[in-house]
Unconditional design. Sequence first.
Length: 701
Amino acid sequence: MKKSKKKRWIYLGVLGLVFLLVVFLLRDLPSPRKLSTHEYPESSLIFDRKGKLLYEIFSDKNRVPVDLDQIPKDLKNATLAIEDTKFYKHFGFDLKGIARGLYRTIFKKRLQGGSTITQQLVKNALLTPERTIKRKIKEALLTGMVEILYSKNQILEMYFNQTPYGGTLWGAQAAAKGIFDKNVSELNLAESALIAGLPASPTQYSPFAHPEAAKKRQELVLQRMNEEGFISKEEMENAKTGELKYFVSKKGILAPHFVLLVREKLTEKYGLKKIQEGGLKVTTTLDMELQDYVQTSVASEIAKIEKYDVTNGAVLVTEAKTGQVLAMVGSKDYFANDINGQFNVTTALRQPGSSIKPLNYALGLELGNVTAASVFGDKETCFKMINQKDYCPTNYGWSYYGIQSLRNCLGNSLNIPAVKMLEINGVETFVDFARSMGISTFKDASNYGLSLTLGGGEVQMIDMNTAFGVFANMGIKQDLNYVLEVRDRNGEVIDEYEYIPGERVLSRETAFLIQHILSDDGARSMVFGRGSLLNIKDHPEVAVKTGTTNDMRDNWTIGFTADYVVSSWVGNNDNSKMGWVVSGITGASPIWNDVMTKILEDKLVKKPVMPASIVGMHICNLTGGLIPEEGCDSRYEYFKQEFLPTKSMPTKRTVVVNKDTGQIVKEGEDIPNAEWQERTVIEDAGGYFICLDCPVVEKTD
């Protein structure tokens, strides 16, 4: 009897705790009857840094309620297929979906649930976007109430009227008009599938901001419709290949690529409901006056070179010290009909060509593998690869220049020495280093080879500006910033930009050396000539690097001062090839020169300060070392004090080479100076010198 009484008290205690928990949660639980009141709050505004209105984010102006019978059958079925196939069978909850969500929450440390259509309606219309256990419990309670108060068809109708489909598009009718300029009842199967796929992530699947992701999502919806028996395989395939003609309105938006990216970032931070209905006033980093100038420059240059099979261009301008984005032109025209103008090249994955080389050489300088005076042999070379065929890169134009210093190799963008530099540094080490500089797309080193230094890995322009900003900031990495201030509907500041110095990822000395090389017009004159478009009039301190992929699909120019980083790109959204004339100092360079010249107009440009630990001295051109007693052609070069040249001539030896791998396994005998000087191609290989033309000595026991 005592045990049964004890159990009864335990049960009563547990029930009491559950009751108190429910009462606590119900204190501020919104009424589910709000779903049918149509009370829509205040829009949010996005401004440039000087207060010019760029965009208004609202929900009520673009929300047009429709009855369920106006929603086409294809859109209903597409929504059920991708969101909630058991909608008409459950009581608001999908137990299997909840189980999946609990697993991800507990074991993957990611709060996520298997939300039904009813749960999504509750979440979007009645609750905040916070991802907490408390909110999930509220969601569950409200979901049960909604299922009691409303019929399934009423719930589905409210879902189609109160679900965000991206941007200002709130509800299915607004989505149909905003994306296809049609009434929702006029949508075909392909269009219905695209719209049905948006609610899962309106920003990620936006056909305007991320057209490729939107298309993949549409195809997934069509596949699910086929699997659920809503459409035949033939209907699915026809819809997948059907043309989607998006409607792009020019009304009410300035700097659309930038604005849509900012909206996406604000949504990630505050949630879509607060962005669209919270009455926020957002001041961004954008300079609209500069933005207009850059947009005109891009459009003008692309019009000039269209005959060379070039259809698009892009530019990103950032402040080096703060990372603030001053201008972002993602295409020649966001509203262009001849290309997918909504494609934002500044955030897209593109190959950087030779513009990635400064990072490779910076790593070599940082580790002391090389100095700015180190010599490389620029000649036709094949690199032995393990379990792969030899890698045989070529220079642009198939020209080779013999012995060249690192300064000349980087300045003239020679390919063979850059590959040798990466071989010395190691691909894995370089991938880690590039990530530390801001290249977020370089992840698993095993996915890359020596071609990485020639642009064999995809990057984003926003990351390239971050990485080149490290050089401009004398080794400090500053992440990009887009927003200066956010105020709520009452004018209270809820978020404000505060300058916080970034992390040092590179020594001041290496940053100075890279800047000094990239601003040296003489160091690049062998290939680019003197006084090219890579020079900014009256500003010799401007550093710059070009980049063109070997297959002519991407052409870059990236340059910087102590204050600004400017990247420009030309190419085609679909990765089709451009004409061969677009390379080096054509294509992206004229745009870059025009924009950089405009930015520096009437400005006092800071000159890089040489660190005290940088030492200058005359060195021998042939060896990169100290001038020997017998003399040699010499020049002046700068060095990190810890890596000063110490020998008048390098050790001169033949080498033992593994015939299968090409790796040096043993050094041979000294070669006389006279014979050494007749052999014209030598290479610094991480602490010793290889005589490339010397006879190979076979390894002996």
